[in-house]
Ligand binder design. Structure first.
Ligand code: TRP
Length: 429
């Protein structure tokens, strides 16, 4: 099987702008349509807490970014699209990884080092204003990636070091506890343009020069009219090189359209006219998506629902895998203590179990009981006992991952968490 597993996260700390769209969203949505690829895309809201101390902004950004990805064509049926904080296994894995991560490794992280250097330069205490969250950022990110054994991680250049650290951390864990993690690799989009912002510098939140992707049409026009240009008058030939208007146009237009604008530059098009063309070209691509975006933004419950469904898919992988990792590091049920011969009966009594039975309707059923004999999961009726046994075998072998495939034969459980835990127990045996 040659499935490539691709994963990337987006920190929920701002409003998506044109630079995000061209640099990350558009190429990623296109890539997600490739066959033979499993894609995991998530909203890194735990990461947002490291930079943003405003609850309303984190929430708003999470909504905006989710709506943006969906409006730009991400298909949540084809990819696993979820919110980091819906996966409690992520912080759990973060701790397991923290315990194999050298503090010295984290001391070398660019973001942390930059903060320390700045403090040193101003004569402050080296760690003034540095939270442990900032220091631990690379470990949380490693947990995001390693949880799903992603091999390919598309990121911007500034994130390469984090992927290298995730590799190091994975290798340390594997060395100590066995081969559990795939070593991830960064994927850098070489040919994707870096967009200039309103002032001609790289479009970035930190320069406050961004054009929001889904600004309403009139606001988009206004912002574009405000892009810096040189002072050449209408009729004077203009250079395409170094022109923010031209670069933005190029990121959206075909080669022919771009060549046409280059000719207009040479022929002395007025800046106002060039900006008008840029606006029309941008709006042509954005307007249909903006319609979907506005609709989604009016219906946050729908997005919440989509993210919850994505979390369920993600947890079908994360829950049994975490059970395996817990076992690997020694967080184990005590009745299975290594080296102590346990009477089989005793360990059975403390473990969850399946019971198969026949009802008066003539059909065959099974239920999953917890260690105390409480019913966690109940099947619907099967015509033959073999069918019930096969369903049980599958649940035992695959764990919670089998739940969605078997859903038609199961009564919706009330306590999904306990069901997952019990099934993970079997998958772990
Ligand atoms: N740190 C990334 C950024 O700021 C976001 C992120 C969090 C991420 N977890 C990730 C990216 C895991 C890739 C994989 O861009």
């Amino acid at each position: 099987m040659s499935l490539r597993r691709v994963l990337t996260g987006i920190t929920t700390s701002g409003t998506p702008h044109l630079g995000n769209y061209v640099g990350a969203i558009r190429p990623t949505v296109r890539a997600s349509r490739q066959p033979d690829t499993q894609n995991y895309y998530f909203l890194a809201d735990y990461h947002a807490l490291i930079k943003v101390g405003e609850p309303a902004r984190v929430q708003r950004s999470t909504l905006e970014i989710a709506a943006t990805w969906l409006a730009c064509g991400l298909d949540p049926e084809k990819v696993t699209f979820y919110r980091q904080s819906d996966i409690p296994e992520i912080p759990e894995l973060t701790w397991l990884l923290t315990c194999v991560t050298g503090k010295g490794l984290l001391n070398r992280a660019h973001a942390y080092k930059a903060a320390v250097d700045k403090n040193n330069a101003t004569g402050e205490d080296p760690d003034a204003g540095v939270t442990a969250g900032l220091f631990m950022y690379p470990v949380l990110m490693a947990a995001d990636i390693l949880m799903f054994n992603a091999r390919l991680v598309p990121v911007g250049r500034d994130q390469i070091q984090h992927i290298e650290m995730a590799r190091d951390i994975a290798a340390s864990f594997n060395h100590l506890y066995g081969e559990h993690f795939t070593l991830p690799e960064a994927v850098i989009e070489e040919h994707v343009a870096t967009l200039p912002g309103l002032d001609g510098r790289k479009m970035s939140k930190s320069y406050d020069n961004t054009i929001p992707l889904f600004a309403p049409r009139e606001q988009l026009r206004k912002l574009i009219m405000g892009i810096v240009t040189d002072s050449r008058a209408p009729g004077e030939p203009k250079a395409t090189e170094g022109s923010a208007v031209f670069q933005l146009f190029q990121a959206f237009a075909s080669a022919d359209e771009t060549a046409e604008l280059a000719r207009a530059y040479a022929n002395g098009i007025a800046w106002g006219e060039a900006k008008e063309r840029l606006f029309e070209r941008l709006d042509r691509e954005i307007a249909p998506m903006r319609g979907v975006y506005d609709e989604l933004m009016r219906d946050p419950a729908r997005i919440e629902h989509i993210l919850k469904a994505g979390a369920e898919k993600a947890r079908a992988v994360a829950t049994p895998f975490t059970a395996r990792l817990r076992h690997a590091v020694g967080l184990r049920p005590l009745m299975a203590a290594a080296g102590t011969a346990q009477p089989a009966k005793a360990s059975k009594a403390a473990a969850p179990s399946f019971k198969q039975y026949r009802e008066s309707d003539g059909l065959f059923y099974f239920k999953l009981l917890d260690a105390k004999g409480q019913v966690l999961l109940q099947s619907t009726g099967f015509a033959a006992p073999r069918e019930a046994a096969q369903a049980i075998a599958r649940l035992q072998k695959e764990g919670p991952a089998a739940l969605s495939a078997l859903a038609p034969q199961l009564v919706q459980p009330t306590d999904t968490g306990s069901v997952h835990a019990a099934l993970a127990f079997f998958a772990e045996q």
